[in-house]
Design a protein around this ligand. Sequence first.
Ligand code: SAM
Length: 279
Amino acid sequence: MSAIDALPPLREVIAAHGLSARKSLGQNFLLDLNLTAKIARQAGDLSGCDVLEIGPGPGGLTRGLLAEGARHVLAVEKDARCLPALHQIAAAYPGRLTILEGDALAIDPLAHLTPPVRVAANLPYNIGTELLVRWLTPPDWPPFWQSLTLMFQREVADRIVAQPGGKAYGRLAVLAQWRCEARIVMSLPPEAFTPPPKVSSAVVHLTALPAPRFPADPGTLSRVVAAAFNQRRKMLRAALKGLAPDIEERLTTAGLDPTDRAEQVSIEGFCALARALAR
Ligand code: SAM
């Protein structure tokens, strides 16, 4: 573990501030600063960007982001025990780190961010999917962020990048890939974390496309996709019958086979159906 800055190693920081990991806060810390710097590099060129980080904890990834040249980092942390360690980092990088104490689901970070913005985080597993869905469904597109570089449990990462035809393909894949380029850029074993979680993890990098890949009303698309995958084993004509009395006709208009199941439908197909339903 070589030094990326003049601050103490993370094990010392954790001991000095009594930061025993709490399961209820999804605390699995990354203590290898080379690894956190590597994750920060996956977020792209940070030098001209503000970076929003959710859940900095003792600050391993925060230090990676700053050492990799982020113009400014806004770190939102719920656990007040972590704040002294984070203030120490802020002092080592004057004017480049702002710390907000609070719940990332309740705080609106936008007032504290100047574009261009990238998001990078080792997310608490219990709110990771909810935050991702919020970032993927803003009122307007393009969103406030250019890219999201996020650590998830491997199974969630697989669902984000999944292609049609498999079990992992569902609402998350359609939401993510309709308006983003999404790929898994790193895989991490449980031992990379302290304490190690039960499952492997992966870093997903999502880049916002300037416009959706296929036209569709976001609300209609979201309803269609939710209904289709809520009953993913049923044929489309049965799973979607609540959406329109003439659903078979609309499916055919969209170029879909009413006897297909949701996991066989491409993003283009769902968008065509959303358009056929909006007509
Ligand atoms: N970034 C650190 C690292 O990589 O070592 C910690 C990652 S740990 C998986 C998740 C962090 O999110 C913890 O520090 C936890 O306290 C924080 N957290 C949990 N729930 C949160 C919430 N609702 N809002 C903000 N932070 C939260």
